[in-house]
Design a protein. Sequence first.
Length: 122
Amino acid sequence: MGTGAGKTLAKVRKIVHEADPEIVEEWKWMGTPVWSHGGIVSTGETYKSVVKMTFAKGASLKDPAGLFNSSLEGNTRRAIDIHEGEKIDEAALKYLIRAAVALNLKGKSKPKPRRATSKRAD
């Protein structure tokens, strides 16, 4: 990992944790950070001068700021390539992270209690 990508990743990690203090960060797949909350939110692969943030369900997220600039043809994932030295739109990135967490948690709410059915004796 180049120093530029390392600095960029450090900045991205800070933004991710500010966006969702409950997010879990694990390092998997040969040193790639994976952020999860109710399921995978995003990964942060590092290349020579780029950090690629891949959102697991990015195709289902609204992206009003137009941050997604990579992996746009897929049906599920979307990615943001953040180049070394590039200014990060922190508010827009936090919005996407929070939206991804909300999407993960949407289907995981507690089931409503079922009404007891009574059997009548005829």
